[in-house]
Design a protein around this ligand. Sequence first.
Ligand code: GTP
Ligand code: MG
Length: 556
Amino acid sequence: LRPIHRLLSRAGTVAADVRREEQSSGSVETGSEDRTPKKKFSEVQKERREQAKRTVLIHCPNKISEKKFLKYLSQHGPINNHFFYESFGLYAVVEFCQQESVASLQSVTRTPSMDTEAAIPFRSRFFNLRLKSPSNQPSEQPHAQCSSQSSPSSKKLFELLCDAESIDDQLNTLLKEFQLTEENTRLRYLTCSLIEDIAGAYFPDCTVRPFGSSVNSFGKLGCDLDMFLDLDEIGKFSAHKTSGNFLMEFQVKNVPSERIATQKILSVIGECLDHFGPGCVGVQKILNARCPLVRFSHQASGFQCDLTTNNRIALKSSELLYIYGALDSRVRALVFSIRCWARAHSLTSSIPGAWITNFSLTIMVIFFLQRRSPPILPTLDYLKTLADAEDKCIIEGHNCTFIRDLNRIKPSGNTETLELLLKEFFEYFGNFAFNKNSINIRQGREQNKPESSPLHIQNPFETSLNISKNVSQSQLQKFVDLARESAWILQQQDQDRPSPSSHQPWGLATLLLPSVANSLCLAKKKKKKPASERIKNLLESIKSSSAENSTDTNGK
Ligand code: GTP
Ligand code: MG
């Protein structure tokens, strides 16, 4: 047995992402004062993946003694980190110090025998722990503490926002409450690693990488888990080892196009997940989409997963957003608030349709921050000029090169507050000439629209594409109206801010009230009650509706 203090130690955790470094240096405030060296995206991915491979997921009995549980598992090797969470049952995520410990645990694990059903034998890193004699567990043993995997309820959020000291404080509070926690991030990488084991049964040496908001630093608790099945490494390393006049190639099957290859690969992986993937339910193969995918729920983690392949540009977009999110601590605070604001007003939705997506909103915030004077964020073209030979990246003929070491990018001299930026964001887009101009973060300036879609946001890497082609004129108009209304509300409150002791919503809290725009319009027309009373009524209405609908700002 290993010493118990090693088992309980949470030290030695890989400090891998921007958020944790920001938290530890206390730099979530405004400005670009944080000089802590930041890790490259590829370094974070590598460390997290390696960590996930040493990690197991265990479904536990409801009442379990943490100490005994750890002592039992430590027979297989020292434990680096662990936590418990609830998701239709109690689960533990246990990270061993060494990967051999996982094999050791698997070697003493049996396939359950069923009475009425038959089990498909599959050795994974997802286990079920049973007590041999449940009555032997003394009830006075302290039970495992659970880490929460969900964002706060609307009610709790409103309380926190109302108690904040300033609008800047409100934006930072919202970020702190909604951003992915360390545990949630670990669970995301572990889920990808478990899916990689399943896909690896077909394609040994494949890699399943998370992308999108799980890794770009803009993920909100409850967001989906985008996965990329990477088959490019298969058979690559052997090529340069050949000597002499011969070249060995694998015999392979050919299909007429990349798209058909992608569809065929995802089709078999979808079948595999459906039939053999422990905990994978509701598998849907959406192979005719522009970007074919397999969608499923990973029941134990609670994640809605979208698995794609041949989607390397999206991984590069995630890296670019990660860099923008890490360059200045105001970026993430502003993006989170705008995303929550959009969700609260149903400008975004988890259902695909004519709405603006979170990805588009993030690009709009980045563009706005490039337009400040002095700019808070550099243009993509500038990041390209800073790139060295190793950063060079061409994907399917598109130049996706930019500097990857974010410590080499000079911080902005702009010191504007988040309060000002929020207000200016609404004013900027409330008055933007969407009818003739396109948003372009590559050049950081407005350009003439090349086509007639209501909203045109140039795809940063596939520059002939519009990432918001789906957005209808009426959805765009709704965005513009709400932006104007929100700018107006913030302006009004400059003169008429409720005192913090009154516990009335103010600042960002007012902007997140779902009915604020309509109610304010009505109130303006009727010219009846003073602003403070109208807002008080709105708080009452949100309080009662949030009791029914625990969090409306949750989800995508
Ligand atoms: P959430 O809403 O929190 O899931 O944000 P997300 O950024 O993860 O968005 P989503 O799950 O819709 O898409 C995942 C990733 O795919 C994004 O981060 C982008 O990198 C990429 N992506 C999504 N939509 C588009 C698009 O319209 N065009 C391009 N080029 N990439 C997209
Ligand atoms: Mg996503």
